[in-house]
Structures are given as C-alpha cells and as structure tokens.
Ligand binder design. Structure first.
Ligand code: ADP
Ligand code: ASP
Ligand code: MG
Length: 420
C-alpha cells in the first residue's frame, strides 16, 4: 500500500473569494500546495458581503411589510444564509479543475459535518471523513462549504458568524491534517486590530490561550470556537494573507513560543468590543437569592451577560450592574421589567454607549502590576472606567464608547506594543 499523502486544510475568508479573480488567486495557492505533495481540503466562506445580504433578507422577510424588529425562524435563517458558501464551494471546485487540480465540492450535509440542534449558532458534534478519505485516495481534492453542517433534524445548520474558521479547524482535526492555514485580508494576528491602530505589529507566534482570549474579547480575525477546537485537538493553526507572501502567525502551544519573547511580552495584545451596553439595577434588596432572581430571567431570555458588579449595600439595599451586547439590551430590559416584582428594586438604568477594552497576555501570570499600568494609562487620557473584570491572563474595562479608539491606542502604546 502506498503511504497516503500528508493533508492540509486551507481556509479562505470572504474577501479572499470576493469575486472570480480572487477565487482564482486562492486556487493558485491551493495548486502550489498540491504540487508540494499535499492532499488539500479547501474550506471556503461566502463572498464578502454575501452573508450580510442574506441575513438582511431574512430579517426583512420575517418583519413583513410593516418592518420593525422581528422574530425569525432559525431553521429558515440557516436555509438562507448557508447558500453563500454553497456558491463559493462550487465556484472554487470549478476554478481548481480549470487550472488542472482535480477537485469536488462538499456541502456541510454531504461531508457530513454533524451539529447539535442550535440552529443559527450550532456546535459541531462529529465529522465523518470516510467519503472524503475515499476521494483523496482517488486523487480528488476537496472543497468544503464552511459555516454549515447538518443538524439532528436532518436540516442545514450554521455555526454562527465567522463560523468558517471553526469548520476549517474541525476538518483539520478530523482529517489529521498537518496544519490548518487560515487565509484572510491581514497577514497574521496583530497586537490589536490594524484597522484601529496602524502601528499594530504582527506576531510571529501566539499561544492558544492568548488567541482564545483575544478572540472572545472581540478580535474577529478568528472565531472563538475555532481557537477552542484548535487548542483541544492541538491543531497547528496559521493565519496568513491571501494577497501578500509572508510567514503569517502561528497559533501554537505556549512552550513553542520561546523563552525570550515570553519574558519580554507581559501583554501580547489589546482587544475590544464596540457594541456593548450596561444595565444598572438601583436599590435592589440585598438578600440571599437576589442575584439568582436577576440573572435567572436574563438567562431564560437568552441574554448573554458579561461583566457583573455588585455595590456594597446601604440600609439593606444595593446596586447591581452588568454588561451585555447592545443587541441583547432590549431582551434584557424586557426580562427585567417582567421580573421586577420578584427582584424588588427601585429603578433600572441602561447605557448603550459603552465599549469594552481588554489587555491580554500569558506574562500576566508572573508579572504583577498590569492592571495598575492599564488604569494609569487610561487615567492619563482622561478615560473613566465604569466596570472592571480580570482573569489570570486578561484585564477588561468598560468605558464610554466615544473614547474607544483613544483607549486602544493609549494601551497599545503603554504596553510597548507599537511596531519599531
Ligand atoms: P475573513 O473574512 O477572512 O474571515 P475577518 O474579517 O473575519 O476575515 O477577519 C479579519 C479581520 O480581523 C481583519 O481585517 C482585521 O480588521 C480584524 N482583526 C481584529 N483584530 C485583529 C488582530 N488582533 N489581528 C489581526 N486582525 C484583526
Ligand atoms: N460567511 C459567514 C459569515 O460571514 C461565515 C464566515 O465567513 O466565516 O459569518
Ligand atoms: Mg472571519
């Protein structure tokens, strides 16, 4: 039996497949890897802007002629939005064939990539690679529609926005690929979003832990769940540009980062989330069970609560503040109004003009004073901090949204992250 070829997953994001010329450019990169001896599974996103357009149609169709916010059926949302990736997978397979690379497209249900029942934000449960394995043996490379799979109800299920990254890592793990290359419109993972701070620096390597924090704190270069999966299955993940040559960034184990850079890097990056909202319940009765009375109804309403602070109490009453996304704010306020009697409070106040900024770094485990340095840098710029949370490798603060750019840049500078 001849030895099977090593495998590689190559994922192309929306801007990398925006039109036929870009698809051809991506296909050439695939051909280069095929010529190096790899069996390649290409994972594609929808053309840039396409998913937003499809989501817009779903909203409009669900709202009816009167417009306004509408409930929409998540199964039909999935049926519509998965169409973007169906188109690019077929076009990529055709383009590869045209340049002499034998390829076949696969939709999520065909592979199959099986998910749970959470339409719109489904989690991957299993990937059966038997059919793909057989096609590789026949010399046929695979083009897989990212972002989609098949739910237990036999219907298409999508993995949440940015989910093609997660498809790519999941296929890399299931196929035993040597590496998972994420091709995008930046040439790697930067110390912060280069659109926000032009002096941001590309990192050669970043640990899974730090990347996971950066992604979950707002750095959309990789979907959070893709990093979770890469960490769990030890998938070597590389982020690189579709348009420029370069080494990109390797997301890898902490001990592969190297002593020197670890020592000098207390903070590796600054992440931010622009569209946050803050809610304060004033004059809440300070008694056992009150937190449960507040956060129970919020959880039932599907509100994602992020930061929480409770003030010290005075005369048996206290204030409770939490943050959530601006999108979830109407749901949160409705749930709290409904539970008002059981909670027992004076007033609800909300603020939708806030943003969250975080500094992340594994060096924080061994270096004290990061939070202090962060607060001092923000104070110098006159930025008031509304809520603070910390974990082992990050410090996050909630601030007025209008100071977001200023805060990101000030922190990037204070922690010495600027490019030389
Ligand atoms: P794709 O369509 O290829 O999946 P995305 O738009 O989802 O691309 O992600 C790439 C974008 O992520 C970049 O254009 C950049 O603006 C943004 N980004 C945010 N934080 C970072 C970061 N720390 N490093 C690099 N890019 C980042
Ligand atoms: N096309 C999907 C989105 O825009 C998935 C992806 O690109 O990763 O969210
Ligand atoms: Mg993306």
């Amino acid at each position: 039996m001849p030895r099977p070829n090593p495998r590689l997953v190559m994922k192309f994001g929306g801007t990398s497949v925006r039109d036929l010329a870009r698809i051809r450019n991506a296909a050439e990169k695939v051909r280069a890897e095929v010529e190096r001896g790899y069996d390649v599974a290409v994972v594609v996103s929808a053309m840039a802007g396409e998913t937003n357009k499809l989501v817009g149609w779903v909203r409009e169709a669900s709202a009816g002629p009167e417009g306004g916010a509408a409930f929409y059926d998540a199964r039909e949302y999935d049926a519509v939005v998965a169409a973007g990736e169906q188109v690019t997978s077929g076009l990529m397979a055709l383009t590869l064939q045209q340049i002499g690379v034998p390829a076949r497209s696969w939709q999520g249900w065909q592979a199959p990539l099986r998910t749970n029942a959470a339409h719109g934000a489904a989690r991957i449960e299993a990937i059966d690679t038997d059919a793909l394995d057989r096609k590789f043996e026949e010399g046929l490379h695979a083009v897989i529609a990212g972002f989609q799979g098949i739910g237990p109800d036999g219907r298409i299920a999508t993995l949440g926005r940015g989910g093609s990254d997660t498809s790519a890592v999941a296929f890399a793990a299931a196929l035993g690929a040597e590496r998972c290359d994420i091709y995008t419109d930046v040439d790697g993972v930067y110390t912060t979003d280069p659109r926000m701070e032009p002096r941001a620096r590309r990192l050669d390597r970043i640990s899974y832990e730090e990347m996971l924090e950066l992604a979950s704190l707002g750095a959309k270069v990789l979907q959070t769940r893709s990093v979770e999966l890469a960490m769990r299955y030890r998938v070597r993940l590389r982020v690189l540009s579709s348009f420029e040559e370069g080494p990109g960034t390797l997301v890898c184990d902490e001990d592969e980062i190297g002593e020197d850079s670890m020592e000098s890097r207390v903070v590796s990056g600054v992440a931010f989330q622009r569209d946050e909202a803050k809610v304060t319940l004033l004059g809440v009765e300070d008694r056992p069970g009150v937190a449960a009375a507040i956060f129970g109804p919020l959880a039932e309403a599907g509100v994602n609560v992020d930061m929480i602070v409770q003030n010290i109490s005075e005369d048996g009453r206290t204030d409770m503040t939490f943050s959530t996304s601006e999108d979830d704010l109407p749901k949160a306020l409705k749930a709290l109004e409904t539970a008002r009697e059981t909670i027992g409070m004076r007033e609800i106040v909300s603020d939708r003009d806030v943003a969250k900024v975080s500094v992340v770094g594994i060096g924080m485990r061994s270096h004290a004073g990061v939070a202090q340095k962060m607060f001092a840098a923000l104070a110098r710029e006159g930025v008031n901090i509304k809520v603070i949370t910390t974990s082992e490798i990050k410090v996050s603060v909630l601030i007025d949204r209008k100071y977001l750019e200023l805060a990101v840049r000030a922190l990037h500078d204070a922690f010495g992250l600027h490019a030389a």
